[in-house]
Design a protein around this ligand. Sequence first.
Ligand SMILES: NC(=O)c1ccc[n+]([C@@H]2O[C@H](COP(=O)([O-])OP(=O)(O)OC[C@H]3O[C@@H](n4cnc5c(N)ncnc54)[C@H](OP(=O)(O)O)[C@@H]3O)[C@@H](O)[C@H]2O)c1
Length: 254
Amino acid sequence: MNTRPHQEFTGKVVVVTGAGSGIGRSTARVFAQAGAQVLGVGRRQHALDETTTGHPTISTYAADLREPEASQLVIDTAVDRWGKVDILVNNAGATRMMPLDQTTATGIDELFALNITAPSLLAHASVPHLRRNGGAIVNISSTFGHRPLPHAAHYAASKAALEQLTRSWALELAPDGVRVNAVAPGPTESEALTAAGLSDADVEAVKQDEAARIPLRRRGEPDEIANWIAQLASPSHTWITGQVLTVDGGLALT
Ligand SMILES: NC(=O)c1ccc[n+]([C@@H]2O[C@H](COP(=O)([O-])OP(=O)(O)OC[C@H]3O[C@@H](n4cnc5c(N)ncnc54)[C@H](OP(=O)(O)O)[C@@H]3O)[C@@H](O)[C@H]2O)c1
């Protein structure tokens, strides 16, 4: 459920990557419900179209963010449509099971292209616009950005890198009044496990195992993450920067 103050983001332009499912879809809708113009980005146009249903202020742009030129095109599209970008949510990301004895250069490159390079190039392309309006970036990390994850070490490493980019960019952009924070979700309902190539049976087993290990004894819902993303981007929270907020039912404490 959206708990944002009414129309808090009126007049703001928000770019949300990975908006065709899960946390990104909820995030696009939370910002739209609070008055923002949203550009939702992902590869599957039909999934993005579903996100826009009932939300006329969400527009879409279909792109594979692993393509080096895609990030600039995304930001140019938002600026062409609305003249500015106020908030960038770097949400698109992928999990990949990759035990060390199956680790390949291609596997690492593909994961890092989406989880590290694309957020970096999107931040690069948006920063001139964010500087103009005192904007904000919210990066989406993971509990496993600050906890080890055997058999998916490069996913954990990519999120650890995103957390360090968050802190470094926060200092770099603070003189311009641009804030950079991150939300680190724990296991949350989305398409991520299926997208990682797991069978339906394996997805169910992982879900049950995760729920049992989470102190609050359940996986999260996308809105429970999206509301914190909006919170960190909110124009009413102008003195928080460089922080990684873990939203995971207590998993990081175990
Ligand atoms: N759900 C969790 O348990 C969890 C936990 C911790 C962190 N996270 C992080 O939360 C973020 C959102 O994940 P989610 O759980 O909501 O998973 P999801 O449902 O799989 O969403 C990921 C989105 O990213 C898009 N995407 C994937 N590859 C892309 C590419 N190359 N170019 C453009 N878009 C791409 C996907 O759309 P297309 O396939 O249409 O491109 C999809 O809509 C990710 O960064 C993930 O690492 C999730």
